[in-house]
Design a protein around this ligand. Structure first.
Ligand SMILES: [Zn+2]
Length: 109
């Protein structure tokens, strides 16, 4: 959504830490908007605003399937059947967010 044909409102919401970027296969082709949203999210992470100001108890690591948009806590039932060779491992949840992964709705990393 744009205001005055120039302000990408979705990115402004993400930049203020009021929402996460949530990727789905059906918006994967919208690479320009996705890149703008991830850049806005990285800015929010850097500035520690909104949801990024809320402290989390960190896991030792987080995982995602290479072919997925979701990242998980290591014990998530949605991730337990992943073959380790198909994992991407992140040391922090912010690392996963910065690379454009979205949090699993089951384990809420
Ligand atoms: Zn999960």
């Amino acid at each position: 959504m744009y205001i005055d044909d120039s302000t990408f409102v979705n990115a402004e919401i993400v930049r203020r830490g009021l929402a996460h970027v949530y990727r789905f296969p059906d918006n994967a082709g919208d690479t320009g908007h996705i890149a703008a949203l991830i850049a806005a999210q990285n800015e929010a992470i850097d500035n520690g605003v909104g949801v990024w100001s809320i402290p989390h108890s960190p896991e030792l690591y987080y995982v995602a399937l290479k072919t997925s948009y979701r990242f998980h806590r290591p014990g998530c039932t949605s991730a337990r059947d992943y073959n380790v060779k198909d994992w991407i491992r992140f040391e922090t949840r912010e690392e996963a967010f910065r690379l454009g992964y979205s949090p699993c709705r089951n384990c809420k990393p």
